[in-house]
Design a protein around this ligand. Structure first.
Ligand code: NAP
Length: 253
């Protein structure tokens, strides 16, 4: 079904990887796009690719974990592209370590970007959604929410995002706003290049080894995740609220 509602969408961490693919998918649905990432210049290529699809797009440099930065970014989006009523909280970082080696900054930085970031962004955007009586929020969780060695911080944050999502669904549902989470499994992006380096494997070896563990016998692509985001943000998904969809080539990654 073609998308009836055309609006302004914000995707965080949109310079590359999954966020860039989600931005492209939302542009194909006809939405204007604000691409938020730490470094505005890093969004340039994705902004150009999104504009080539015939919608308006801007890149914004902002740290989602910083309240002032988030407020300024959301005001800029509203003034430039119009009220944002789609929000995809995708920005993320890894600071993997076994518990006995995990430092306080490792813990705090992961909580700040994933949890505080999603909280600040959503709190800033919900006023436009509530005013319009229409909105879509998509949070990026992970199969790591189910537990993953070396990721005590990340697993806790990604499980926390699931609870946050369900609460948003309850609080904002009466205003025509849905909130859902995507929990990707192993998706081939730069984020996992650093993990491959850490375990002393080439990226290709790392992908091949992961694929043998996945029922679909392949690793995921950013477009696999973007397809789920396109569904959750569509008009057709109006009655799908508070769900967690594992996009992992199997029941979990
Ligand atoms: P990625 O390639 O590392 O991209 C993440 C983007 O977020 C980067 O452009 C990064 O900017 C940006 N970012 C980091 N901290 C930020 C902040 N404080 N404010 C604004 N932007 C920030 O990661 P990805 O693999 O596409 O992952 C996207 C999301 O999916 C993350 O939430 C991740 O946890 C989740 N996920 C990924 C996988 C996977 O297998 N790849 C699996 C499950 C879930 P810099 O480049 O400047 O750091």
């Amino acid at each position: 079904m073609p998308q009836k509602t055309r609006t302004t969408a914000i995707v965080t961490g949109a310079a590359r990887g999954i966020g860039a693919a989600i931005a492209m998918a939302l542009a194909r649905q006809g939405h204007d796009l604000a691409l938020v990432d730490l470094d505005e210049s890093a969004t340039g290529a994705t902004v150009d690719a999104v504009r080539a699809l015939g919608v308006r797009a801007i890149g914004i440099g902002a740290d989602v974990a910083d309240a002032g930065s988030v407020e300024a970014a959301i005001n800029h989006v509203a003034n430039t592209l119009g009220p944002p009523t789609i929000l995809v909280n995708n920005a993320g970082i890894l600071r993997d370590n076994l518990l006995f080696r995990m430092s306080e900054p490792d813990w705090d930085e992961v909580m700040a970007v994933h949890l505080r970031g999603a909280f600040l962004m959503t709190r800033a955007v919900q006023r436009y959604q509530v005013e319009r009586r229409w909105g879509r929020i998509v949070n990026l969780s992970s199969t790591s929410a189910l537990g993953n060695r070396g990721q005590g911080n990340y697993a806790a944050a990604k499980a926390g995002l699931q609870g946050f999502t369900k609460t948003l669904a309850i609080e904002l549902g009466p205003f025509g706003v849905t909130a859902n989470a995507i929990a990707p499994g192993f998706i081939a992006t730069d984020m996992l290049r650093t993990t491959a380096q850490r375990v002393g494997m080439s990226f290709e070896e790392f992908l091949d080894a992961a694929a043998t563990e996945i029922p679909a016998r392949r690793t995921g692509t950013p477009d696999d995740v973007a397809a789920a985001a396109a569904f959750f943000t569509s008009d057709d998904a109006a009655f799908v609220n508070g769900q967690v969809l594992y996009v992992a080539g199997g029941p979990k990654g």
